[in-house]
Design a protein around this ligand. Structure first.
Ligand code: FMN
Length: 174
C-alpha cells in the first residue's frame, strides 16, 4: 500500500514532534512525505500536481500539530482548492473512493483534557469530525487517528518512540 503523508507545519525547523515524525517517515519505503508549507511557501497551491499525487497513493495521511482544535490553515486551504466538485465529490467525483485516510496529530494538552469534563471539553474524535466528514463525502475509509498528547513535557526518547509507533501504525495496515 502506497501512503502519502501531507504535513502541515508552518515552522518545521522549530518543531520537535512533527519534525521527528517527518524524518522517521522519510526512511520508510512506500511512504511519500509531502510538506505543504515548504512546498507552498507563497501559498499558491498547484491543484493539478496535488491531485496527481493523490491518485498515485492508496492511503492519505494528514499530519499536523493541533492548532486551535484543528489543523494549521494551509491544510484547510489545500482542502478547499484540491478537493474539487466532480473530482473528489459529486455524482462524478469519485477519484478518492476506496482510499484510506488517517490523521496524525500532536497536541499540547494532555489526553485527560480531551474529554467531557476535561478543560478542553471535547474528545479528539469529536474535534476531528470535519476531517471524518471530508473522508466520508469523498468516499475514503476513515482510520482511527494517531494522536500524541502533552507534547511539551515529552523527552527526546519519548518523541522518538512516538515516531516509531506512527511508522508501525502505517506499516501494520499496509
Ligand atoms: C497557534 C497555536 C495553536 C495551538 N492550539 C492548540 C490546541 O488547540 N490544542 C492543543 O492541545 N495544543 C495547541 N497548540 C500546541 C501545539 O499543538 C503543539 O505546540 C504542537 O503539537 C507541537 O508540535 P511540534 O513540536 O511539531 O511543533 C497550539 C500551538 C500553537 C502555536
Amino acid at each position: 500500500m502506497k501512503t502519502l503523508v501531507l504535513i502541515a507545519h508552518p515552522n518545521i525547523d522549530e518543531s520537535r514532534i512533527n519534525k521527528a515524525w517527518k524524518e522517521q517517515l522519510e526512511t520508510v519505503e512506500g511512504v511519500t512525505v509531502h510538506a505543504l508549507y515548504e512546498k507552498y511557501s507563497n501559498g499558491q497551491i498547484d491543484v493539478e500536481k496535488e491531485q496527481e499525487l493523490l491518485l498515485k497513493h492508496d492511503r492519505i495521511v494528514f499530519q499536523f500539530p493541533l492548532y486551535w482544535y484543528s489543523s494549521p490553515s494551509l491544510l484547510k486551504e489545500w482542502q478547499d482548492q484540491v478537493l474539487t466538485y466532480g473530482w473528489a465529490y459529486g455524482s462524478t467525483g469519485k477519484k478518492l473512493h476506496g482510499k484510506r485516510f488517517m490523521i496524525a496529530t500532536s497536541a499540547g494538552g494532555p489526553s485527560e483534557a480531551y474529554q467531557a469534563g476535561g478543560y478542553n471539553h471535547y474528545s479528539m474524535s469529536e474535534l476531528l469530525k470535519p476531517f471524518q466528514a471530508m473522508a466520508n463525502l469523498t468516499g475514503m475509509i476513515y482510520e482511527a487517528p494517531f494522536t500524541l498528547h502533552g507534547v511539551r513535557v515529552l523527552s527526546d526518547n519519548e518523541i522518538q518512540q512516538s515516531a516509531e509507533a506512527l511508522v508501525e501504525r502505517i506499516q501494520s495496515k499496509a
